[in-house]
Design a protein around this ligand. Structure first.
Ligand code: NAD
Length: 368
């Protein structure tokens, strides 16, 4: 694995694709194109030391192909760390489909994508991510068995976002425990940015605990839905980073912890579901620490979804997936402890634990 000091921006425009792959030591990248369906997708397999690469498929309107490549490389690497830290026997991979999920998605597009997944013979196992639903995974399943995140009637454990939200909730409580000695969220000002599948399930839990909840989304109808259902308060997306709050919970897209936003952000805890929240791990992880905010590493607290998917692969129940997800609470406290003892950012403490496991298992594997 690359050391922090050697790390360079994976989105450096000058790098070739294999050059970009070498930065974080990606194993394989597969480009998928089909004129008949209009499918343009990229599958990235980061590391298979622990097992087949498992991670969701994101559908997004990338401005350029370079942006899509950067995203899939960052996301797949994140899955390697997430799966390792959660103690799962699977490696890291991810896929992106370039397009507008509201307009371009249909059965044949998803089935064609399923055929590409199938051609990898199980080295990559897909699931849902932003822009992709359980229903879409049903279409993928028509073409391949290398898919999880399926509805219950197809032998799956249902929508993973419920379990993801539970993990984020556990992460919030652990963060509060770390700061105040008590894990209650009652009366705490929490802003949930992005009220999609995970955001909405998270809101249900924190409202139940009587937190003071604020919400923001780029789609007004989504905001209205949760305001009406839970009595939460809407915040304009442009005002999010100027609002004083106890917990900022990014549940939309990544890289919101960047130079610009961090110069405004006023909160005690950052804990949300979005992948790759730190635009640049090393730089922004350090900034967050120096600003005195407690960052609950994204791939730790959002592991519930992949734990649910792992349950499908291993044949354990939804309640077992929830119990395993509950352990995010204790893992978070361990990471906070390590971060304090070694005076390092929390993301780095998490990375070290994940890398140690991969390194140790890699040693055993090479001896088989
Ligand atoms: P989703 O597509 O259902 O919801 C995302 C929401 O964010 C949408 O409502 C969208 O309109 C909103 N959004 C997009 N850009 C925004 C912006 N700039 N400001 C405010 N809102 C914005 O996705 P989801 O399944 O809820 O996942 C949310 C995040 O959590 C993603 O980053 C995803 O990768 C991550 N995640 C999800 C799971 C899961 O189980 N679904 C698991 C792990 C990580």
């Amino acid at each position: 694995m690359i050391q922090e000091k050697e790390r360079v921006e994976v989105n450096a425009t000058s790098a070739s694709i294999t050059g970009k792959m070498s930065i974080f030591d990606h194993e394989q990248v597969v480009f998928c194109q089909d004129n008949a369906t209009g499918l343009k997708a990229i599958i990235a397999i980061h590391n298979t030391t622990l097992g087949p690469a498992v991670g969701g498929t994101r559908m997004w309107t990338y401005v350029s192909e370079a942006d899509a490549i950067t995203d899939v490389l960052r996301l797949s690497r994140g899955m390697t760390y997430k799966n390792s830290l959660a103690g799962l026997n699977i490696g890291g991979g991810k896929a992106v489909i370039i397009g507008d999920s509201r307009k371009d998605k249909n059965e044949i597009l998803m089935r064609r994508f399923g055929k590409f997944v199938n051609s990898l013979n199980g080295k990559y196992i897909t699931a849902e991510d932003v822009g992709i639903s359980t229903r879409d995974m049903e279409f993928v399943k028509m073409e391949t068995d290398h898919v999880v995140g399926l509805p219950e009637y197809l032998g799956g454990l249902g929508d993973p976002s419920v379990v993801t939200a539970y993990g984020v909730y556990m992460g919030m409580k652990a963060s509060m425990k770390e700061l105040s000695g008590q894990d209650s969220l009652t009366g705490k000002k929490i802003l949930v940015q992005g009220v999609g599948s995970v955001g909405e399930n998270l809101i249900a839990s924190i409202v139940k605990e009587k937190a003071e909840v604020f919400v923001s989304d780029i789609y007004a109808e989504k905001v209205k839905k949760v305001v009406d259902a839970y009595g939460v308060t809407a915040v304009d997306p442009v005002e999010v980073y100027d609002m004083p709050m106890d917990i900022y919970s990014p549940c939309a897209l990544g890289a919101t912890l960047n130079d610009e936003n961090l110069s405004h952000l006023k909160c005690a805890i950052i804990c949300g579901a979005a992948n790759n929240q730190l635009a640049n791990e090393e730089r922004h992880g350090k900034m967050v620490l120096e600003m005195g905010m407690l960052y609950a590493p994204d791939y730790l607290v959002n592991a519930g979804g992949i734990i649910n998917c792992y349950g499908e692969l291993m044949g354990f129940s939804k309640s077992a997936a929830m119990s395993k997800t509950e352990k995010i609470y204790t893992t978070a406290l361990e990471i906070f402890q390590r971060s304090k003892q070694e005076n390092i950012p929390t993301y780095l403490a998490a990375n070290q634990i994940a890398e140690q496991r991969i390194g140790s298992v890699g040693k055993i594997r090479s001896k088989i």
